[in-house]
Design a protein. Structure first.
Length: 276
């Protein structure tokens, strides 16, 4: 009887998980379906739209109106650049907090995390003026810098959590063998925490890729990423649903594919140290 109850519970949980997964994925699926219809068909009722002929007209119009390749390369440079820079700063910072903590380390970590709760619009004007004075407006360098700053608290927090799971005795043994600080971090700590570092890197790439607020405020054309590419299809005349869906599909497809192929590494890193 107990076994039958357990089996039923597993079935219910599995069905519930699939339903939640479908609800989360459905908006992406619907955008994908809308992108293969004309503007007229895209605003029809769901069944009428699905019954309409499929076409690549929206994708052709999107490619004609804007250069997808330029926006794509900007997104790649900004997301990869901000991730590399965040790791260069975050790994030593997390190491010091995990293995050489001070009296205020916990307070410092909480303060860094609290900055993520501050509305971005609250610091828009000083940052905009600072970028204007330094010539960083509408530049990849400026967006790499802002992407690093906004994601650095999460990077340090995640790395700190992973590093705390590594026995300090291993690092002490490396020091006794004559390892320098840089060698300790590069050749001892980093390989041991590689799953956590990899998941942190992947998450930072995803966050940087999806960042819309700052890219819309601090760029116009030269350094505009794919979030700007999507926004360009919202015009004063109204929303062009088919074109907007095509642009959205082209923007999210690369990061979805990357997430799909790296999901095992991401899950492994996010659960690193959870089970001993």
């Amino acid at each position: 009887m107990a076994r039958s109850t357990t089996t039923k519970s597993k079935v219910i949980v599995t069905i519930g998980a699939w339903l939640v997964g479908f609800l989360i994925f459905f908006p992406i699926l619907w955008i994908f379906l809308m992108s293969f219809h004309t503007e007229g068909d895209a605003i029809k009722s769901p069944f009428a739209m699905l019954a309409s002929p499929w076409t690549t007209e929206a994708y052709q119009a999107v490619q004609t109106q804007n250069s997808y390749g330029k926006f794509f390369m900007n997104s790649v440079v900004i997301s990869v650049g901000s991730t590399v820079l965040a790791l260069i700063i975050g790994i030593p910072a997390a190491w010091s907090m995990a293995f050489v903590p001070g009296k205020r380390t916990k307070d410092l970590l909480m303060w860094m995390l609290s900055t993520k709760m501050m509305p971005a619009v609250g610091v828009l004007i000083p940052l905009y003026l600072g970028f204007k004075v330094t010539g960083l407006l509408d530049t990849r360098t400026g967006l790499v810098a802002i992407g690093t700053l906004i994601n650095l608290p999460i990077v340090i927090w995640m790395l700190y959590t992973y590093f705390k799971e590594i026995p300090v005795e291993i690092l002490e043994a490396a020091r006794m063998d004559g390892a320098s600080l840089s060698s300790e971090i590069l050749y001892v700590l980093t390989p041991m925490a590689l799953p956590g570092i990899a998941s942190t890197m992947l998450l930072n790439v995803i966050l940087s890729w999806n960042e819309a607020f700052w890219s819309l405020q601090l760029t116009t054309s030269d350094a505009a990423p794919l979030t700007q590419f999507i926004a360009s299809f919202s015009a004063p005349e109204g929303l062009f649903y088919a074109k907007l869906s095509a642009a959205s599909t082209m923007a999210i497809a690369p990061i979805l594919i990357m997430g799909w192929f790296s999901q095992k590494q991401l899950v492994r890193g996010l659960t690193f140290g959870a089970v001993k």
